[in-house]
Design a protein around this ligand. Structure first.
Ligand code: SF4
Ligand code: SF4
Length: 328
């Protein structure tokens, strides 16, 4: 068939609980956008196109070829759209850290719905709410019933709600990787088995990183990045700065480390790692320069916010999953 006669791919982009960065990263293709629109029709993209949910509901099942779903599942609207788009889509891609692992919104699993509402609607310094009003899922007014999505207790990953075909990691995914994956789909190139992480490598950031690693025990204290003068050459972890490189999948071109900032783990754990926090604890243990239990304890205690650091992008997908909160 002539290339011009080839039917265009039907592409959708949707966001759940997300910051918007993933949607913007799609636009980061710059002039390659012309290649994208030559090969694909965008049939749904709330950030850019005025297409209603009812239009999606009216589509035949599997009408959409590819949906890039970014954002975690935080409320009933996110879950409804995840299930609807699953039904309407041939290839559903968890696009970005939040849909892949829970991402930054997933850190809310260190609290629960009650704590979050209490902080936001009662206790925050900027809140004026003398009647203690909190959002309700339904409220009757003379004109009818107003509805809001239900705010869930837990932040979930996309695959905790629907079956996901592929995962494209990153916060946000690197645009070059998105283009590679997109062109592979357009040209009917052989894709990896369903359920695979695509647009990334199976190795760790440390495998790609060109900083000098000595494998010696070098750390007497851990630091936040601004507390040391980085020499620009030595492994950040060996300088005492927590870098998630050992527990993180490569594929981003170790872009933070190239900018002299530690990896925060947005590509998620690489193959063979069940839990990024457990992996980081074992990596850190090899760095500590002491055999004295009391000193080791002091060194470990110098790690600021270990749970929030080790699970910054991955809490809902990790074994830990959430903090258990018991209310009296
Ligand atoms: S820990 Fe970070 S800085 Fe050190 S080698 Fe790994 S990725 Fe590079
Ligand atoms: S270096 Fe780490 S935090 Fe930075 S983009 Fe890559 S995976 Fe994400």
């Amino acid at each position: 068939m002539d290339k011009q006669d080839k039917p265009k791919l039907k592409l959708a982009v949707y966001w759940g609980a997300a910051c918007g960065g993933c949607c913007v990263s799609v636009l980061d293709v710059h002039e390659k956008l012309f290649d994208v629109v030559a090969a694909a029709d965008l049939v749904f993209w709330p950030i850019a196109l005025d297409i209603k949910y009812s239009d999606v509901e009216a589509m035949d099942d599997e009408h959409i070829d590819v949906t890039l779903f970014n954002g975690a599942i935080r409320n009933s609207e996110n879950e409804h759209m995840a299930k609807l788009l699953r039904k309407k889509t041939k290839i559903l891609v968890a696009y970005g850290s939040c849909s892949h692992l829970g991402g930054i919104p997933g850190l809310a699993n260190f609290s629960d719905r009650e704590e979050i509402f209490d902080r936001v609607y009662h206790k925050s310094e900027s809140t004026v709410n003398p009647e203690g009003t909190i959002p309700l899922t339904e409220h009757n007014v003379p004109e009818g019933t107003l509805a809001l999505p239900k705010f869930y207790n837990d932040v979930l990953t996309l695959d905790q709600v629907v079956v996901v075909d592929y995962y494209l990691p990153g916060c946000p995914p690197q645009t070059e990787r998105l283009l590679e994956v997109f062109m592979a789909i357009v040209t009917n190139a052989e894709l990896p088995p369903k359920g695979s992480v695509i647009g990334a490598s199976n190795k760790s950031q440390c495998d790609e990183c060109d900083r000098i690693k000595t494998d010696k025990k070098t750390v007497k204290r851990f630091f936040r990045p601004w507390e040391i003068e980085d020499d620009g050459k030595t492994c950040l972890l060996e300088q005492g700065v927590i870098c998630m490189g050992p527990a993180t999948r490569s594929g981003c071109g170790y872009r933070c480390i190239k900018g002299n900032a530690p990896c925060r783990g947005c590509y998620g754990p690489h193959e063979g790692i069940i839990d990024p926090g457990a992996k980081m604890m074992s990596s850190i243990a090899t760095m500590i320069d002491s055999n004295d239990p009391a000193e080791i304890e002091r060194i470990v205690e110098s790690i600021e916010d270990p749970a929030g650091t080790f699970y910054r992008f991955s809490l809902p997908s990790a074994i830990l999953r959430r903090k258990l909160i018991i209310h009296n």
